[in-house]
Design a protein around this ligand. Structure first.
Ligand code: MG
Length: 452
């Protein structure tokens, strides 16, 4: 496969003064208009300070290329995907850099059915943009702009899709991003009592770093306990992701959330396949197998594509959950409502629901500095050196780095980041001793490789 030149694992992202400049985004508008051959394109954005600037540049490019633009303003990524499908548009675009720092921005594209562009689409768009002059519409075929209130139909569609049978108390943290005008309103309309933090759109991200990881979520963990909430929900900047906090203020692991919903989807489906990424816990496999299904792992960023290929009933990677009967896109807002639905239905504490349904295995993560020039040799060196020492190997997976699965359910993953000069080591085991042993082997071999 050809290598991507502008796009990363999800759309284009980077600093607005170096990479994601308005002139690039204007040309991207021209290229997309040519790629989708006219028609309507839905355009939304997150709350970044550069959002409006890039929105206008992108819109100018689309119009000049002959596409019509449906402006929906600040809206979460899943709302853009939903609106694109509902309006029968040719494509959708969200101007977002997800959880990247405030100086960054970017853009991600959706097909007419709400599925994200895959690598083949992105490479084709790059070829139009970089290798030839994108076509321009003549003076009498320039596109037109319309404005559309996308939030209301999206909220209404989720309300039709979930039922919350009990009044719940929920804390919501929108990272000052695109969900600020959506998740709190939705949950209130579903009769929850909602306490919000960081829930006004603000591109300075005054509240916290936008990545919903436990080290960024100290405030919501504390507030959940203080107000006596049933649970907490925390989004990233564009709300394709959500993380959950239990009633005691503890972070619920991303993989446990995948496992819970994957198990429910398989139960409902009477078996079937669940797609997840190479870096997730075997707690997913355990829950899915119990429900009568099987788990398929792929590289990061490829879960919706593989979901369609395998006709899977559920897909998820850490923080991102795809509910097939609503739409084939990661939807942190629908996931929030679904979690509330489940907690209300079960009538138990959320920590109890997870304790009963999802096993908690011992896991270790570490990132190590990895210069780009060492990346290419990394996996082959690891293959030679780690495998023999790890032992008791069941199988290996090399879709994105190297994951060594062992017969006792433990595994080691070594991979390099696609976007940063880093190598990542992940180890999981069923006992603390085994975790310690595997962790030492993995770190020892990785460090030896970097000393060479
Ligand atoms: Mg995101």
């Amino acid at each position: 496969m050809k290598k991507k030149r502008l796009f990363g694992t999800r759309g284009i992202r980077g600093p607005i003064d170096v990479k994601v400049k308005p002139e690039l985004i204007l040309n991207m508008g021209l290229a997309i208009a040519e790629y989708v051959k006219g028609g309507d394109v839905v355009v939304g954005r997150d709350a970044r300070t550069s959002g409006e600037m890039l929105n206008n540049a992108f819109t100018a490019g689309l119009l000049a290329g002959g596409s019509n633009v449906v402006q929906i303003g600040i809206a979460p990524s899943p709302c853009v995907a939903f609106t694109t499908r509902e309006l029968g548009a040719k494509a959708g675009a969200i101007i977002t850099a997800s959880h990247n720092p405030p100086p960054d921005n970017g853009i991600t594209f959706y097909h007419g059915d709400g599925t994200e562009f895959i690598s083949d689409d992105e490479i084709a768009v790059e070829e139009i943009l970089l290798d030839k002059q994108p076509k321009r519409a003549s003076w009498d075929s320039i596109g037109q702009i319309s404005n559309y209130d996308a939030i209301r139909p999206y909220i209404d569609a989720i309300k039709k899709h979930v039922k919350i049978e009990k009044k719940l108390k929920v804390v919501v943290d929108c990272a000052n991003g695109a969900a600020s005008n959506v998740t709190p309103a939705l949950l209130r309309e579903l009769s929850c009592s909602v306490t919000t933090i960081n829930s006004h759109p603000d591109g300075h991200f005054p509240g916290r770093h936008a990545e919903p990881q436990p080290w960024n979520l100290g405030d919501i963990m504390r507030v959940v306990g203080e107000v006596g909430a049933d649970f907490g929900l925390a989004h990233d900047g564009d709300a394709d992701r959500v993380a959950a906090i239990d009633e005691k203020g503890n972070f619920i692991k991303h993989d446990a959330l995948i496992a819970l919903f994957a198990g429910l989807a398989v139960e409902k489906n009477g078996g079937g396949t669940v797609v997840t990424s190479i870096n997730t816990s075997t707690c997913i496999d355990t829950v899915v197998e119990r429900a009568g299904g099987n788990t398929f792992r792929t590289g990061l960023g490829r879960f919706t594509e593989e979901m369609l290929k395998h006709n899977a009933c559920f897909a998820g990677e850490p923080g991102k959950l795809v509910f097939k009967d609503f739409g084939i896109w990661a939807d942190g807002i629908l996931a929030s409502a679904k979690l509330a639905e489940l907690v209300a239905k079960e009538g138990k504490k959320i920590s109890e629901i997870f304790r009963e349904r999802v096993p908690d295995y011992h896991m270790f993560h570490q990132d190590l500095a990895c210069p780009d020039e060492k990346k290419q040799k990394f996996v082959s060196a690891m293959r030679e050196n780690i495998m023999a020492r790890v032992g008791n190997i069941k199988d290996t997976l090399e879709v994105d780095g190297l994951r060594i699965n062992r017969n006792d359910g433990s595994w080691v993953l070594v991979r390099v980041s696609g976007t940063e000069p880093k190598a990542r080591v992940v180890v999981e085991a069923r006992t603390p001793d085994e975790l310690e042993r595997l962790k030492e082997i993995a770190l020892d071999e990785v460090q030896k490789f970097f000393k060479q």
